[in-house]
Design a protein around this ligand. Structure first.
Ligand code: GUN
Length: 280
């Protein structure tokens, strides 16, 4: 049977490391504060925002919550971001996505001071990742890198295939694997013979957004399989983009859903907040 990559345990370990670091910073008089903005009350977003606040409380990061009504205008939101950019005591600013249709997400992301952009979505941070300079990295791919590293999985020289090219996961994941000297292929909905391409992977990252699409037909024997998806199946049970029961017996390591990639996103957000607290 494969190594089960335990995201719950690894994220708990990272959060404990951060808690200690934040404690030391506090003794030196450095406080860390994250502002979280939610527009509207999408139930899934409310759950994510609640979990972010809880993680902050655990680690000792202060959090400011801005729950704005659905009708908030783009101008009002940009004004709030401007105020938070100017506040010295706020280190990180996170605007929960998706935003209502009348607000331009790109304009909002660009309005956040790149030094406070703990989501790593600002073009300046994306560009920095692209050319190997320091900056904030999108939390889910950064979390996947930690899962691989802390599980002792070598990336250098490996064939890495990323299925999905989103700005939040696929593209930054590809850049991170490349930075680690992997040989990286990014696939998407127009890729021809996806099964054959995916089967080349020593490390396969599935971020397709379709429940259980990745069966063993896409996986080379002995591959490491990282499942970014999270869905509810017909019995209301959580499942990923990978058909776990089909794939697990043939791979060398795999992330479960739940308890794999999911918990890492918040851990890395907390990591970015602590980093933000160290930027002058
Ligand atoms: N919505 C879903 N995932 C994310 C995330 O990582 N950051 C933000 N800001 N919104 C999200």
């Amino acid at each position: 049977m494969p190594q089960i990559i335990d995201g719950k345990a690894i994220s708990a370990q990272i959060k404990d490391e951060l808690k200690e670091k934040v404690g030391t910073l506090k003794e030196k008089g450095v406080r860390i504060c994250l502002a979280v903005i939610q527009v509207g009350n999408d139930p899934a977003s409310s759950v994510y925002v609640g979990n972010k606040k809880k993680a902050c409380a655990y680690i000792g990061i202060e959090s400011l919550a801005y729950e704005l009504p659905e009708e908030t205008t783009q101008e009002e939101l940009l004004r709030l971001i401007g105020e938070l950019n100017a506040k010295k005591e706020v280190n990180g600013i996170l605007v929960q996505l998706p935003l209502p249709d009348h607000i331009d997400e790109g304009a909002v992301i660009r309005a956040i001071d790149p030094k406070k952009d703990v989501d790593g979505f600002h073009p300046q941070n994306v560009g920095a990742l692209c050319i190997g300079q320091p900056g904030f990295v999108s939390c889910t791919p950064a979390g996947i890198l930690q899962l691989l590293k802390r599980s002792g999985i070598e990336i250098a020289g490996k064939e890495c295939v990323v299925i999905g090219r989103s700005n939040i996961v696929g593209k930054p994941m590809a850049l991170l694997l490349l930075r680690e000297n992997g040989t990286v292929t990014v696939t998407h909905s127009k890729t021809k013979d996806l099964k054959a391409v995916a089967k080349r992977a020593d490390i396969l990252v599935a971020a397709v957004g379709r429940p259980k699409m990745i069966t063993r037909d896409y996986v080379k024997e002995g591959a490491v399989v990282i499942d970014v998806g999270i869905h509810r199946n017909e019995n209301n049970k959580l499942c990923g983009d990978v058909d776990y029961d089909d794939v697990a017996p043939i791979c060398s390591a795999i992330t479960p859903v739940p308890g794999g990639v999911g918990p890492m996103t918040i851990a890395m957000l907390m990591y970015n907040c602590v980093e933000a607290g160290n930027i002058k």
